[in-house]
Design a binder for this molecule. Structure first.
Ligand code: PRP
Length: 181
């Protein structure tokens, strides 16, 4: 494991099992309905791809959106800007927003409103990670992979300064790394 990482939080196996469980729930919930997965770039790339392949439901489409972050750290303005619109026409669609992590909840709260305003038939959320201790707004998240402590984690899509996204597991970043930068 690289020096900058303190320890593994979730192994590749734990992630695989949980993603398969969530896919089974989603398959059951959306039986008989078409589903549009919208992954939030870049962090949700791994989860969206793995979830899409684990779904046995046949009528699934994948799309992507990208939003600006509202601050570099703990800024709480909640001002989010869409950098990439989904390509699909959302009106009348059953949408499942896919996120890597929910911290304050501000990004998802904003995205939820944005997609509802486009006339989606339904919008639900799937997040791999959630940090309940950092929540500033309450967002109804239907599918949660893991509730975790408020630590800086990387891997499986999550980055530190764009690094470590490609790790197949999730690790805790050593505090000295971000404390000194
Ligand atoms: C992360 C994550 C969510 C958001 C969660 O994105 O992917 O979009 O922060 O934080 P919140 O619940 O406090 O709003 P980031 O800005 O790191 O972009 P990335 O996905 O491209 O790494």
């Amino acid at each position: 494991m690289p020096d900058e990482l303190a320890r593994t939080l979730l192994s590749e196996q734990q992630i695989r099992v949980r993603v398969a469980d969530m896919a089974a729930e989603i398959d059951a919930d959306y039986a008989g309905r078409d589903l549009l997965l919208i992954g939030v770039l870049k962090g949700a790339v791994m989860l969206t791809a793995d979830l899409a392949r684990a779904l046995e439901h046949t009528n699934v489409e994948m799309d992507w959106t990208s939003v600006s972050s509202y601050g570099s750290g703990s800024t709480t303005s909640g001002v989010v800007r869409m950098l990439k619109e989904p390509d699909s026409d959302i009106a009348g669609r059953h949408v499942l927003l896919v996120e890597d992590t929910t911290d304050s909840g501000l990004t998802l709260a904003w995205l939820l409103e944005n997609l509802r305003a486009r006339g989606a038939a339904s919008v639900e959320i799937c997040t791999l990670l959630r940090k309940p201790e950092l929540a500033l707004v309450e967002v109804a998240v239907r599918y949660v992979g893991f509730d975790i402590p408020p630590e800086f984690v990387v891997g499986y899509g999550l980055d530190y300064a764009q690094r470590y996204r490609t790790l197949p597991y999730i690790a805790v970043l050593a505090p000295h790394v971000y404390a000194t930068s």
